[in-house]
Design a protein around this ligand. Structure first.
Ligand SMILES: CC(C)(COP(=O)(O)OP(=O)(O)OC[C@H]1O[C@@H](n2cnc3c(N)ncnc32)[C@H](O)[C@@H]1O)[C@@H](O)C(=O)NCCC(=O)NCCS
Ligand SMILES: Nc1ncnc2c1ncn2[C@@H]1O[C@H](COP(=O)(O)OP(=O)(O)OP(=O)(O)O)[C@@H](O)[C@H]1O
Length: 197
């Protein structure tokens, strides 16, 4: 039986950092952010729906979606964000489901679904256990501003578009506190994987 683990967190809380550690152990990580880029490539059904809804202003000269522009439009506007989610999320869900099935058919020991909006999008039924990578809000804000070069306002807008990490802590089976060093995070991950696999 393949154990399906749901890895989640908040924006810039450290999911990719942890998923890299998981991949190094030979476990497949299915990444919802990567899939959400693939399903909106030029010519895909979701691409056409996005252009119809948001207009050609959100495109680069080569017709690909300008993610910076689309992000600036949707993170501060719940209605627009929900409209985008309704277009992108069904295609992402379907692809996650298919990739998970492949791992189960191979009888892999475990597969990890890295889904930032696991709780917001009510996808916990896809996984056996949930693992949350969390940080305090100050660290989250600092790391997000540094990584993306966002102003404080831009970063806060993105943090506020998600369920607060404090609430996700209550909902999760396993917790990784990523306020400390990378080494401390890896130790916590090791303990959790030893328990769940
Ligand atoms: C708005 C978009 C174009 C911005 O692209 P950009 O390359 O700047 O960011 P990226 O996709 O790498 O996302 C970075 C992080 O933002 C957060 N995030 C992304 N989309 C959303 C959303 N709809 N609601 C809340 N948080 C989100 C997640 O924590 C994610 O890890 C893009 O995020 C998008 O298409 N979002 C809708 C699809 C979605 O919900 N993706 C998240 C996983 S399914
Ligand atoms: N323990 C840590 N100490 C210092 N910096 C860290 C630590 N963990 C992660 N970071 C840095 O914080 C930033 C956010 O981490 P990461 O990209 O892994 O988060 P994420 O949850 O995958 O983000 P997103 O969902 O927004 O893509 C990165 O620049 C990363 O290098």
């Amino acid at each position: 039986m393949t154990v399906v683990l749901g890895l989640t967190g908040g924006i810039a809380s450290g999911k990719s950092t942890v998923s890299t550690m998981i991949r190094k152990r030979g476990i497949r990580v299915i990444d919802a952010d990567i899939i959400s880029r693939e399903v909106v490539e030029v010519g895909k059904p979701a691409y056409h729906q996005i252009v119809e809804l948001f207009g050609e202003d959100i495109l680069h000269d080569n017709d690909t979606i300008n993610r910076e522009k689309l992000g600036a439009l949707i993170f501060g506007d719940e209605k627009k964000r929900n409209q985008l989610n309704r277009i992108v999320h069904p295609a992402v869900r379907e692809e996650i489901f298919e990739q998970t099935k492949e791992e189960k058919e191979k009888s892999a020991k475990a597969v990890v679904l890295d889904i930032p909006l696991l709780f917001e999008s009510k996808l916990t039924h896809l996984v056996d256990k949930t693992i949350l990578v969390y940080v305090d809000e100050k660290t989250q804000l600092e790391r997000l501003m540094k990584r993306n070069g966002f102003s404080e306002d831009e970063a806060m807008m993105r943090i506020r578009s998600q369920l607060p990490l404090k609430e996700k802590i209550i909902l999760s089976d396993e917790l990784i506190n990523n306020n400390g060093s990378i080494e401390e995070t890896e130790i916590q991950l090791h303990e959790i994987l030893s328990k769940l696999m």
